[in-house]
Design a protein around this ligand. Structure first.
Ligand code: CO8
Length: 258
């Protein structure tokens, strides 16, 4: 496990697994956990043998937020000088598709960690929320921005301003979650979705995720321009030739992820 203490890391086929493992704190994200999650995600990201990453927690808690006990006594200046949550930007910048498999609490920074992933699967026990206002702060890992983009202003505003939790069914209706499954089936479902993604040509996956990311940040014209360039670049990959030849020859493709 590369000496990780607050997460477990495992590679199964082309899928990299990161399991948050601080049960005594409901997987609250302290500095060590942040560093370990980011390091593990970046290690998978530079490994050509990894085509998808799953991030999960336990049945009781995906992550109950940033670690309140670690933050409590900090000043605003401490937060700035230590760039307290800065490393999470590197998690969001991972090129490999990331699937969040959420059961139990995904609160505060835990909800924001899920929002940095590309696909969110939930167990029927999942509860999402941004309770920060109750602590006298606000979401600090992108929650106000990504929730507005994902859910629209009014749903996001209600969640952030009230701090209330939404259950899995409401999260699915709101478009946050792709699918809700029984808690006992969550990891199998995550494995299946991750494997489906990971078998696809890696250059196409990187390009697709990059283009999807641009959609959240740019005008339509800029985004379409980016998409067209990324589309053209894929015609210089072996997997594009193989994918299209396999279609023409009516056989299954055999990708080299090149
Ligand atoms: N931080 C630290 N410890 C935590 C956290 C947390 N976020 N959540 C739970 N724990 C600890 C508890 O203190 C408790 O420890 P102990 O047994 O030593 O007292 C243990 O985990 C178990 O928790 P509970 O006994 O409270 O379990 P319950 O089942 O009774 O309740 C809840 C579960 C409802 C999830 C409850 O634990 C809770 O409300 N937790 C806090 C949720 C929260 O407010 N999260 C937001 C945190 S702030 C945040 O994420 C900001 C993100 C970005 C900030 C950026 C700033 C720059």
């Amino acid at each position: 496990d590369a000496g990780y203490e607050t997460i477990r890391v495992e590679q199964r086929g082309r899928v990299g697994w990161i399991t948050l493992d601080r049960p005594e704190a409901l997987n609250a994200l302290n500095t060590q956990t942040m560093r370990e999650v980011v390091a593990a995600a970046e290690a998978f990201d530079v490994d050509e043998g990894t085509g998808a990453i799953v991030v999960t927690g336990s049945e009781k808690a995906f992550a109950a937020g940033a670690d309140i006990k670690e933050m409590e006594q900090k000043s605003g200046l401490d937060m700035v000088l230590t760039d307290h949550f800065g490393a999470w930007a590197r998690f969001a910048a991972v090129r490999t598709p990331v699937i969040a498999a959420v059961s139990g609490y995904a609160l505060g920074g835990g909800c924001e960690l899920a929002l940095m992933c590309d696909v969110i699967l939930a167990s029927d026990r999942a509860r999402f929320g941004q309770p920060e206002v109750q602590l006298g702060v606000i979401p600090g890992m992108g929650g106000t921005q990504r929730l507005v983009r994902a859910l629209g202003y009014y749903k996001a505003a209600e969640i952030v301003l009230t701090g209330r939790m939404i259950d899995a069914a409401e999260a699915e209706r709101a478009g946050l979650v792709s699918r809700v499954v029984a808690a006992a089936d969550l990891l199998d479902e995550a494995e299946s979705v991750a494997r489906t993604i990971a078998e696809k040509p890696l250059p196409a996956l990187y390009a697709a995720k990059a283009a999807l990311d641009v959609a959240l940040e740019s005008t339509l014209a800029e985004g379409v321009r980016f998409e067209r360039q990324a589309f053209a670049a894929l015609f210089d990959t072996a997997d594009q030739k193989e994918g299209m030849a396999a279609f023409r020859e009516k056989r299954a493709p055999s990708f080299t992820h090149r």
